[in-house]
Design a protein around this ligand. Structure first.
Ligand code: SF4
Length: 338
C-alpha cells in the first residue's frame, strides 16, 4: 500500500560486498573471486521526521548499511535516493555539499574527539570546514550549540578527558547538528551510557528532532530502547532484511522467526513472563563470506522447510506497512487465496 508521508530516503536493492584477497592457491585453481557480502539486496524507505530503528546481531551488516547510505562506502550495486536525488555514486564537490545534510553520531564519542583539542574548537571545526563564517560568529554559534545540547558555555574551554560519557555524547550531538542537518545516523549512540544518562540523551534527541525536523536512523542491539524511541523497526540478519514494521506491531505480532527469537531473548523482570524456549536461538551467525544458500536464516530456524534451503524468500508486504521475508507466509498466502 502506498504511503502518503513525504520521503527522505529511498534505498533500493542496495548491496555492499567487500572483495576478499585471493590466495596463490585460489589463483592456481582458478577459483572465482570471493566477496564478504555485508549488505545484500536491502530495500526500504525512510519518511521525513520519523525514527527508524535497525536491529540485528553483531556483524549482521547494520553499520555497513548505514555507512554505505552515508556514502562513506561506495555501494557495490543498488540505489540510494535522498530527497529524490540519486546519491548512489555521487562524487567530488556534489558529495561534499551533501555531507552536512547527513551526519553520524558514534557509540564512543571520545574516539571521534581529538584529546588535544578543546570541546569548543572541535565543534567550531565543523564551521571552519563547511562555512565562511568569521571567527566571532563561529564562536557564538558554538556557544549557543553547547547550551542547546545541555552543556555550559564554559565547556567551550574543557578538554574531552574532563567530560563524563554523557557530556561527550552531547558534544557529538552538537557536532552532528551544527549545520543544516536533515538525516542523522545514531550508531549504538547510547549503548555505552548509564541507563539514566541514556534517558536524558534520548530525551534531547527527541527534542532536537521536533525542533530541527530531523530524521533518525537508529542502529542498536537494545530492543528496549528501540521500542520506545523508534516509530518503525527494520530487522536485519546476515546482510538481509528479515522484517520491517511499526514498533508496536513488531513487538506484538512479529512474523519472522528471527524477530521472534530476538524478542524472546529480551530479559523479563516479571514473574510468569519467563522466556519461551520455543524461540531460543542456537548456533552462531554464519560467515558473510560463505552465506548459506536459500534463506540466510535457515541454518538456525526451527521452522525451516525444504524450500528454505533452496530459495531465498522475497520481502513481501503481508499487511499494510508490515514487510517480511519468509517462505512461511508465502505458503499461508497461497493457502488463503486457494
Ligand atoms: Fe525459517 Fe524458512 Fe522463514 Fe527462513 S524462510 S525464516 S528458514 S521458515
Amino acid at each position: 500500500m502506498a504511503d502518503s508521508r513525504p520521503l527522505l530516503l529511498e534505498v533500493e536493492h542496495l548491496c555492499k560486498w567487500f572483495p576478499l584477497k585471493r590466495t596463490a592457491g585460489d589463483v592456481l585453481q582458478r577459483k572465482e573471486k570471493r566477496y564478504l557480502k555485508a549488505v545484500n539486496d536491502v530495500s526500504f524507505q525512510l519518511f521525513k521526521g520519523e525514527n527508524l530503528g535497525l536491529v540485528g546481531e553483531s556483524g549482521c551488516g547494520k553499520s555497513t548499511l548505514a555507512r554505505t547510505i552515508l556514502r562513506l562506502y561506495e555501494p557495490t550495486s543498488g540505489t540510494i535516493r535522498l530527497n529524490g536525488t540519486d546519491i548512489s555514486h555521487m562524487k567530488g564537490d556534489a558529495l561534499r555539499r551533501l555531507r552536512p545534510q547527513m551526519q553520524m553520531i558514534f557509540q564512543a564519542p571520545a574516539a571521534s574527539l581529538d584529546p588535544r583539542q578543546s570541546v569548543g574548537k572541535s565543534i567550531e571545526e565543523v564551521y571552519v570546514i563547511n562555512t565562511d563564517y568569521p571567527a566571532p560568529v563561529r564562536r557564538e554559534k558554538t556557544m549557543e550549540l553547547l547550551e542547546r545540547v545541555g552543556l555550559k558555555r564554559e565547556h567551550y574551554y574543557s578538554y574531552p578527558h574532563a567530560l563524563s560519557g554523557g557530556q561527550k555524547q552531547r558534544v557529538g550531538i552538537a557536532r552532528a547538528i551544527a549545520l543544516d542537518t536533515r538525516f542523522v545516523v545514531l550508531d549504538e549512540s547510547v549503548s555505552a551510557l548509564d541507563v539514566s544518562v541514556q534517558a536524558q540523551i534520548l530525551q534531547l534527541l527527541n527534542e532536537l528532532s521536533r525542533e530541527k525536523h530531523l530524521t533518525y536512523f537508529f542502529i542498536t542491539h537494545d530492543l528496549g530502547v528501540v521500542k520506545h524511541f523508534c516509530d518503525r523497526i527494520l530487522v536485519m540478519y546476515l546482510g538481509n532484511v528479515c522484517e520491517l514494521a511499526e514498533s508496536s506491531v513488531l513487538f506484538h505480532k512479529p512474523l519472522h522467526p528471527y524477530t521472534e527469537s530476538l524478542l524472546a531473548a529480551v530479559p523479563r523482570l516479571k514473574v510468569g513472563q519467563e522466556h519461551s524456549t520455543e524461540f531460543v536461538l542456537e548456533g552462531d551467525v554464519p560467515s558473510a563470506m560463505t552465506p548459506p544458500k536459500g534463506c540466510p536464516f535457515h541454518t538456525r530456524c526451527s521452522k525451516c522447510m525444504e524450500i528454505c534451503t533452496r530459495e531465498k524468500p522475497p520481502v513481501v508486504e503481508q499487511e499494510p506497512g508490515h514487510f517480511v521475508a519468509c517462505h512461511l507466509y508465502e505458503k499461508k498466502k497461497e493457502e488463503t487465496e486457494a
